[in-house]
Design a protein around this ligand. Structure first.
Ligand code: LMR
Length: 400
């Protein structure tokens, strides 16, 4: 009965790892997926995560019962505080509902499904370009996906005028997906003045902001600074949605731990919204897993573990910044044609190199360097040892 099923293509991001794993070359380099690697090219489990896990193992009162549909209560409270700020008036006024979800993707999907059922506007505007999963997540949630201009290839920076024009002509009430910081894939964020203009425009048109916060701590190395865009929108008293992921900033990729917060008009509404979120979650995966959220909760509720986390997070962010400088220097040393200064101007995990899909294919074939075909490099996958190899490959690709 399944003879008609055709082979589906690999995922444009996760498929890069599949191809990388098949390559026997000893010099192969995976700069596809946004996952942190050490200088030795190894995945990193943060010390603070190991510590939290040891505390959890020692606690014999812990059981493996189902969590509530909305997840671990402590985790939800602490996650809302982390993104909205400990002194957030919206939290104080009990008008935020937070539910534990399966990392960023799951949070976006639950939010999307809720909006498709309960929000009057079904059009969501996502930036062009954006994370490849966004259009799929929201399309399958039942929303109609449109794009707004975001990146200008000519300047390798923000197309602010295009963004403003597109949001200005969006229908009133439309949903707008915003990357809270460290935009994926471009590494280009609005300045705080531009954020303020975006906020005014969104509020004046009664658009509904939906933040994707997958990189809190990776843009500046500071958790509070990286949450400024979201906090700006919450400070004006209006509504918004926020999807959080702990994949990158706590290195909990495979634990699938994240949260969806919906900031509502008042506590009453927040309670009813939460009751509907439960109806979205229960038939989808019943209730979320306990382990990852317990790790996050253990760290966030202990000030000394939290402090340790911020130090380790900053070290990851700093190593990526150092990779940016090393790569730029290596290209300069080779006299590679073109202006590569965007490598150090862009922020977060990625550099949007400007290399085209043909050049990327050449680098993969000749140099065994794996990256997404849009020219995005995960800087977190680079090390001092591998920078020369990448620089050689880029140089060859642009001079061939
Ligand atoms: C990425 O963009 O590489 C990450 O967000 C991983 C993923 O799930 O795509």
């Amino acid at each position: 009965v399944f003879h008609h099923v055709v082979q589906a293509p690999e995922d444009p991001i996760l498929g890069v790892t599949v191809a990388y794993n098949k390559d026997p070359s000893p010099v192969k380099l995976n700069l596809g997926v946004g996952a942190y690697r050490t200088e030795e090219g190894k995945p990193l489990v943060l010390n603070v995560v190991r510590k939290a896990e040891q505390l959890l193992v020692k606690d014999s009162s812990r059981v493996k019962e189902y969590l509530p549909i909305v997840g671990l209560a402590d985790f939800n409270k602490l996650s809302a505080k982390l993104i909205l700020g400990a002194d957030s008036p919206a939290i104080r006024e009990n008008r935020v509902t937070t539910v534990q979800c399966l990392s960023g993707t799951g949070s976006l999907r639950v939010g999307g499904e809720f909006l498709a059922r309960h929000y009057h506007q079904h059009t969501i505007y996502i930036p062009a370009p954006t994370w490849g999963n966004h259009p799929k997540v929201f399309g399958l949630a039942g929303l109609s996906v449109k794009t707004y201009r975001y990146y200008d290839p000519a300047t390798r920076g923000l197309d602010f005028q295009g963004l403003v024009e597109d949001l200005r002509s969006a229908p009133s009430g439309a949903i707008v997906l915003l990357h809270a910081c460290a935009h994926n894939p471009t590494g280009v964020d609005p300045t705080s003045q531009q954020w303020e203009q975006i906020r005014q425009l969104i509020r004046s048109k009664a658009l509904l902001p939906f933040f994707d916060s997958a990189y809190q701590g990776f843009a500046t190395g500071n958790l509070d600074s990286d949450a400024q865009s979201v906090r700006m929108f919450v400070a004006d008293g209006g509504e918004c949605l926020v999807a959080q992921s702990y994949a990158k900033n706590m290195g909990l990729y495979g634990e699938r731990v994240g949260a969806l917060s919906i900031v509502c008009g008042n506590a009453d509404v927040a309670g009813r919204v939460e009751s509907q979120l439960k109806l979205v979650i229960r038939p989808m995966y019943s209730n979320p897993p306990i382990h990852g959220a317990s790790i996050v909760g253990t760290i966030l509720k202990d000030s000394s573990l939290s402090q340790e986390w911020t130090i380790e997070l900053k070290a990851m962010a700093d190593r990526i910044i150092s990779m940016r400088h090393q790569l730029l220097d290596a290209l300069h040393a080779r006299g590679t044609p073109g202006d590569w200064s965007h490598i150090i101007k862009q922020i977060g995990m990625f550099t949007f190199t400007g290399l085209n899909s043909e050049q990327v294919a050449f680098m993969t074939k000749e140099y065994h360097i794996y990256m997404t075909s849009d020219g995005r490099i995960s800087m977190a996958g680079l090390s001092t040892k591998t920078v020369p190899h990448l620089a050689d490959a880029i140089h060859a690709a642009v001079t061939k």
